[in-house]
Design a protein. Structure first.
Length: 520
């Protein structure tokens, strides 16, 4: 059984039943009480998870845990183990008899996982059998994970961390675990699919190891198809006869009418992964159903085999769309929630924001209120920045473009004038926080061309030519004591011919200037 000190920066939460005290974001805690269990055999304790495995002739309800918790000699000797669920308040017993149930370990394949079939018993409907991840998660390195666990002689714990290294059949993570947690299921954050089983601290003590469920399923399916299941075990598989096969290799299990899928059924792909469960009419998805995709899953209404009507799409990234669909696309009114918590409410067309809509920060404060055109900001509207500043004006192609005004948090104008592709352009006025202000020409977001920079009291500080935000060419610079310089500038400095004058216009000194210094 693996042990590990709590890595820095991760969370671990003890759950006091019945007031569990676990955050809603850590998967639904009620489900954890029905799918995560404690395994007890004499002085051995570990954690396990209930899973359902799709096969060519049905589904197999199983308990999955570590091979070093349920050792081969236990089922060779037909020992009995206790399985506690519902926070340990309910217990049922499993006799490890290979003649009656499917039992398979994968230690010979270098994978520390054992699968045990759970036969029907009076309270089996109280258990929740989760779907294991059938794909390798090599692209999920550094993804956050969640581990529910039953430590030795302790209450239920949940911990979080992330995947830090991926190998062929196993991965390393930094989620904290406690003695007795071997066999715990590992989930990607906010995902209901089991991706792995916790094993132990790795040899370098840089983290904890988990074995991929994906790898086990490959060997497991081979066991199924190589007829390693005896007749008694086959009787206890939930029987689902294949009723209809598609040309692309998919197959349907459910009622037929006139030889076509019709009613509530399930569709599996050629790899026997569930891809649809719900209503069918005349061979097509019609009505309410759930469809699984490579990037997430959809729950809602279908028409003529396509997502159409009200529904909800859950992306693997954590983003969610909820609203109207048509022809397999977001269409009409909907809400799109980003994985950072920000969300948009408005109209969609062809899965893009289009028409009237508002976007909000995760705390509910308005981010922008503006029209959209095929996913991009367009027209007159308002955009609120996280620092409290806001823009009111024209947008095009997703950018500030045309006439507009940016305001400071206190409502005072920061900039008013022209914009071109998100930058100040043309004639405008910029007000500095110290009270000074500039009126003149802009280009590419900078003062450029003719303009006047004034002190807070309205007196001219500089009037003349600007080049990329600096004085350049001919201009007049006024000092706060009333004196002023009139002449040439370069790169923001007095440079070339010029004269320094008193407030009354009398010349104080006249000649050549070099890098702001008088040369005579």
């Amino acid at each position: 059984m693996g042990t590990c000190d709590t890595p820095h920066g991760n969370e671990i939460t003890e759950v006091e039943s019945p007031n569990f005290g676990v955050k809603e974001s850590d998967l639904n805690i009620f489900y954890m009480s029905r799918t995560t269990c404690k395994i007890i055999y004499k002085d051995i304790e570990g954690t396990g998870v209930f899973v359902k495995i799709n096969m060519n002739n049905g589904e197999l309800n199983c308990l999955m845990t570590n091979g070093h918790i349920i050792k081969k000699e236990l089922f060779e000797n037909k020992e009995k183990i206790n399985v506690a669920y519902d926070w340990g308040q309910k217990i049922f017993q499993i006799q490890l008899d290979q003649n009656e149930r499917f039992i398979k370990d994968f230690l010979d394949e270098g994978i520390d996982i054992t699968i045990i079939q759970i036969l029907p018993f009076d309270n089996i409907n109280e258990l929740l059998f989760l779907t294991p991840e059938t794909n390798h998660i090599s692209s999920f390195n550094n993804k956050k994970i969640y581990i529910p666990q039953f430590p030795l002689e302790r209450n239920f714990f949940s911990s979080t961390g992330q995947i830090i290294k991926i190998d062929i059949n196993e991965f390393t993570h930094d989620a904290p675990t406690i003695t007795g947690s071997s066999g715990s299921p590992i989930f990607l954050e906010n995902s209901p699919k089991v991706i792995g089983i916790y094993k132990s601290v790795n040899l370098s003590k840089t983290g904890n190891n988990g074995d991929f469920v994906y790898s086990v399923l490959q060997y497991f399916q081979n066991s199924i198809y190589n007829n390693e299941i005896n007749d008694n075990v086959k009787k206890n598989i939930t029987q689902n006869k294949v009723n209809f096969e598609y040309l692309n290799g998919n197959f349907y299990i459910g009622p037929l009418t006139n030889g076509l899928p019709h009613g509530v059924g399930k569709i599996y792909n050629g790899y026997r992964n569930l891809i649809y469960e719900g209503e069918m009419i005349n061979g097509k998805k019609e009505g309410y159903g759930k469809r699984y995709y490579d990037n997430g899953y959809y729950i809602g209404q279908f028409s003529n085999d396509l997502k159409s009507g009200k529904g909800k799409y859950f992306f693997d990234t954590g983003e969610i769309y909820e609203g109207e669909f048509a022809n397999d696309s977001f269409e009409g009114i909907g809400k799109y929630t980003y994985n950072n918590g920000n969300y948009y409410v408005g109209t969609f067309s062809k899965s893009l924001k289009h028409g009237k809509g508002k976007q909000f920060y995760k705390d509910g404060n308005l981010q922008y209120d503006i029209d959209f055109n095929h996913g991009k900001l367009e027209g007159q509207g308002r955009f609120n920045y996280e620092n409290g500043e806001y823009y009111i004006g024209q947008c095009s192609n997703g950018l500030k473009h045309g006439k507009g005004t940016i305001y400071y948090k206190n409502g005072n104008i920061k900039y008013e004038g022209g914009f071109f592709q998100n930058k100040y352009e043309g004639q405008g006025r910029y007000n500095y926080e110290n009270g000074e202000y500039y009126i003149g020409q802009f280009s590419n977001g900078l003062k450029h061309g003719k303009g006047t920079l004034c002190y807070e009291n309205g007196k001219t500080k500089y009037e003349g030519d600007f080049f990329q935000d600096k004085y350049e060419g001919n201009g007049i610079f006024g000092y706060e004591n009333g004196e002023y310089y009139i002449g040439q500038f370069s790169k923001g400095l007095k440079h070339g011919k010029g004269a320094l004058c008193y407030e009354n216009g009398t010349v104080k000194q006249e000649g050549l200037y070099f890098n702001d210094l008088f040369e005579g």
